[in-house]
Design a protein around this ligand. Structure first.
Ligand code: PLP
Length: 411
């Protein structure tokens, strides 16, 4: 008899981590790899924040499970300055990355989960582990790959539980697009009393400067973010939830589960994170965003030219090309497409099935982070242009050429 629980049996390691391992193995064997599968920031952690970590390396005590008070205050001030309402440190909980807090939320929440297609790779597996019933909502390019109020009305009529939680992510991983119907969605969530987890981990990498959160339009919204993407500190494992007063019972139980699981996030990184939220990093962020925008525009234009269906990214570091119309006669499903693309060209992308799409849709996530972010950040602003990508991001240019040639060959 298996020692593994029924609901866990079919779970595989997160595909983003798997693709990374496979690419490393292929590279070891001497194959040239274009790593467009893994979603890690290419940029170094800002110097000021590294310095703060060095200074605090001696911090050794366990910190309060909800997080270091001064850091919770820094984050609530940071969010308040950005226009988030009614938050103080008592609304902020720190976790070892936002992913762990999301998992604990799924454990705590008594109700059913709504997930848009596409959704980030871990929301559905976490629901499976927590034994939560979940419902997919298919979206399309026409609605910018996000749910519409009509979708919500429809799905709610199928859900039996009184309690419903939807997980939204804008800018989105994998599509790179933002939610545009914030007001309308806010109204429909309020009408149906739906709790929202707004995963805003890419909000600081929104290419424009006026990011708007669904929490401004719907009170029962938990905002989630971390240092992982905008500060390039994924390995530091510092994330947070901002939980509004209405949902304080959720906050309290998350805190209890924190005490029984991770205890507290590492002390030096929490002290360093105060600098991340207190100080101004606009120069670093503006440059990071400019680089990402120029690269994403370049890829968008190249793929558009050969009639790939694609939406222009609005932030973060992903885009989501759809080859269904061009290549559906040649490839049975997106996994096979990915495997052949990787074997023939060395280009790694993730199949849409990892994000909830059906296998016959030839949709993929392409992460455009395979370049030296430290070197690119040193380039003068006026030299961050498409023309110079061949110098500063040559693997992006060459990898996209490979994709274009592959598409032409098979279409
Ligand atoms: C959309 C999204 N949400 C959440 C996470 C989790 O990030 P972390 O646990 O590092 O805060 C990631 C990381 O890849 C992500 O892409």
């Amino acid at each position: 008899m298996s020692l593994i629980k029924q609901n866990i049996k079919d779970l595989l390691p997160s595909s983003t981590l798997l693709i990374n391992e496979k690419c490393k193995d292929m590279a070891k064997d001497g194959k040239k790899i274009y790593q467009f599968g893994f979603g890690q920031s290419p940029f170094p952690v800002p110097k000021k924040i590294i310095k703060a970590l060095q200074i605090n390396a001696y911090q050794k005590d366990y910190l309060p499970s909800k997080g270091l008070l001064k850091l919770r205050k820094s984050i609530s001030n940071f969010l308040t300055k950005k226009g988030y309402l009614n938050l103080n440190h008592e609304n902020i909980i720190i976790g070892p990355g936002s992913k762990e807090l999301m998992f604990l939320l799924q454990i705590v929440f008594d109700g059913e989960i709504i997930l848009p297609v596409p959704s980030w790779v871990s929301y559905a597996p976490q629901a499976i582990i927590a034994k939560n019933k979940f419902h997919w909502i298919e979206t399309n390019k026409g609605s910018n790959w996000h749910v519409t109020p009509e979708d919500i009305d429809k799905i709610v009529s199928k859900i039996q539980s009184r309690n419903k939680l939807i997980i939204l992510n804008s800018p989105n991983n994998p599509s790179g697009t933002n939610i545009h119907l914030l007001k309308e969605l806010g109204e429909v969530f309020t009408k149906h009393n739906i709790t929202v987890l707004s995963d805003e981990i890419y909000s600081e990498l929104y290419f424009k400067n006026n990011y708007k959160s669904i929490s401004h339009f719907h009170e029962n919204t938990i905002v989630s973010s971390s240092l992982s993407k905008w500060a390039g500190a994924g390995g530091w494992r510092v994330g947070y939830f901002a939980v509004p007063n209405n949902l304080i019972e959720i906050f309290e139980k998350l805190a209890v589960l924190g005490t029984e699981t991770f205890s507290a996030v590492s002390s030096p990184t929490q002290f360093a994170a105060i600098t991340a939220y207190d100080e101004d990093h606009s120069e670093y962020l503006n440059k990071s965003k400019k680089i990402l925008k120029v690269i994403s525009n370049y890829i968008y234009e190249q793929l558009k030219k050969i009639n790939v269906d694609i939406k222009k990214p609005e932030g973060g570091f992903y885009l989501m090309p759809d080859f269904t119309k061009l290549l559906n006669k040649k490839f049975k499903n997106s996994k096979i497409f990915c495997k052949i693309l990787l074997d023939e060209t060395g280009v790694a992308v993730l199949p849409g099935t990892d994000f909830g799409f059906s296998p016959h849709k030839l949709i993929f996530r392409l992460s455009y982070v395979d370049f030296n972010g430290t070197a690119f950040l040193k380039v003068n602003d006026q030299d961050i242009t498409e023309k110079n990508l061949i110098i500063y991001a040559p693997k992006i240019v060459d990898g996209i050429k490979e994709i274009v040639n592959f598409t032409k060959k098979y279409s």
